[in-house]
Design a protein around this ligand. Structure first.
Ligand code: GN1
Ligand code: MG
Length: 364
């Protein structure tokens, strides 16, 4: 795929590169990503990404967040004498006009960043040691940003993990019933609504400052960490949603995928089981980095955050299903419903394991 349109786009960035090949990359639900292989072979490769501006309504603001946070991390790495800075933090390339993106004729926003070579993304962790290191990477990321004033960052997607506002959107989708899907799914809907009082407490604690607002990643799926070939972590990627949030979002969201033995869209609900070993390793790894800055209330609610994020995600998938599949990319008809059922089942599994999870945090 060596379309002239892509070369034209790439030429607008402030970098000299010769495109050898351009190919779709990865499996994100939101943006479109392409790997640009360059010539000569030893020259660095790049990633070209079309940001979904229907979802990210303020791409310039989002890119400003990314520049501020990656710059902050980069400065720390340099000060610490890190030799491979470009492998430990993402490097975005500015456009020739100084902006951090390029627009095409259709008003899309394109960004370019350095491809980190010799690395891998994992979709599923089975080894506790790897989960421990992944948790350290996310905890370290939060720690690196702990001294960055939150006011400098915008809310890329307002109310992104705000359970009260997500619940409102969900109820609206039920009332509108745009795709005529409510009546067939009453039981599933009630499983989400039944937990609303408990789950919205996280947002109430943020509102009344029982929980502190920090700078968080907000999309800590395991596939947002790069590992080297020896399974050491290199850096945290997919920084689109880095913004003020709760540390609990990041912990809970990571366990949403890592603590589940099955994928987030597993159709066979009997396969959805809690992975205690991985959870334990993750909790210990996270605490090894985050204990120094977390408050006791945050630590006390780490296990709860896992249930919260599963609930929120179930509600988001179901909202999208009821709205007629307008947000997430789907692979087949009913994909969002399957995702919702899997998330609700996972939530139930986490509820069954509540005590075990709380004890592991206490011991960590
Ligand atoms: C989206 O694009 P991806 O897969 O990194 C979503 C996350 C969800 C996730 C569910 C901006 O992330 O919040 O948790 O799908 N990102 C956005 O798999 O909505
Ligand atoms: Mg991603």
């Amino acid at each position: 795929m060596n379309n002239p349109i892509y070369s034209e786009l790439v030429n607008k960035f402030d970098v000299n590169l010769v495109i050898k090949e351009l190919a779709p990359f990865g499996n994100g639900h939101i943006n479109d990503t392409y790997l640009i292989t360059t010539s000569p072979a030893e020259a660095p490769d790049y990633m070209l990404q079309r940001k979904n501006h229907k979802i990210f309504k303020d791409v310039p603001g989002m890119m400003k967040n990314i520049v501020i946070t990656t710059g902050h991390i980069r400065n720390k790495l340099v000060a610490a004498g890190e030799k491979e800075v470009d492998r430990k933090v993402m490097t975005y390339i500015p456009a020739k006009d100084g902006q951090m993106f390029v627009n095409d004729d259709e008003g899309n926003f394109w960004t370019l960043f350095l491809f980190i070579a010799d690395c891998k993304v994992v979709e599923n962790i089975q080894k506790p040691g790897q989960a421990y290191r992944a948790a350290q990477a996310f905890g370290h990321f939060q720690q690196q940003l702990a001294d960055l004033p939150g006011e400098e960052l915008i809310e890329t997607i307002p109310n992104f993990h705000n359970g009260i506002s997500r619940l409102f959107d969900f109820q609206l989708s039920i009332l509108k019933d745009a795709a005529g899907r409510v009546s067939d799914n009453q039981l599933l809907i009630s499983k989400i609504i039944d937990r609303a009082v408990e789950m919205t407490s996280l947002q109430r604690w943020l509102d009344d400052k029982t929980l502190p607002l920090r700078i968080t990643h907000n999309d800590t799926k395991i596939n947002n960490i790069l590992f080297d070939q020896d399974n050491n972590t290199l850096c945290v990627i997919d920084l689109d949603t880095v913004m003020p949030g709760s540390a609990l979002y990041d912990f809970g969201d990571a366990i949403r995928t890592l603590g589940n033995k099955a994928p987030e869209d597993e159709p066979d609900l009997t396969k959805i089981e809690f992975n205690k070993e991985i959870y334990e390793a993750f909790a210990q790894g996270y605490l090894s980095e985050a204990k120094v800055f977390l408050t006791p209330t945050e630590i006390d609610n780490l296990a709860f955050s896992c249930r919260y994020m599963a609930w929120e995600q179930a509600m988001r998938f179901m909202t999208d299903y009821l709205n007629g599949d307008v947000y997430y990319k789907t692979d087949y008809q009913g994909h969002n419903l399957v995702r919702t059922m899997a998330q609700v089942r996972y939530l139930e599994v986490l509820e069954e394991n509540r005590e075990v999870m709380e004890n592991i945090v206490k011991a960590g």
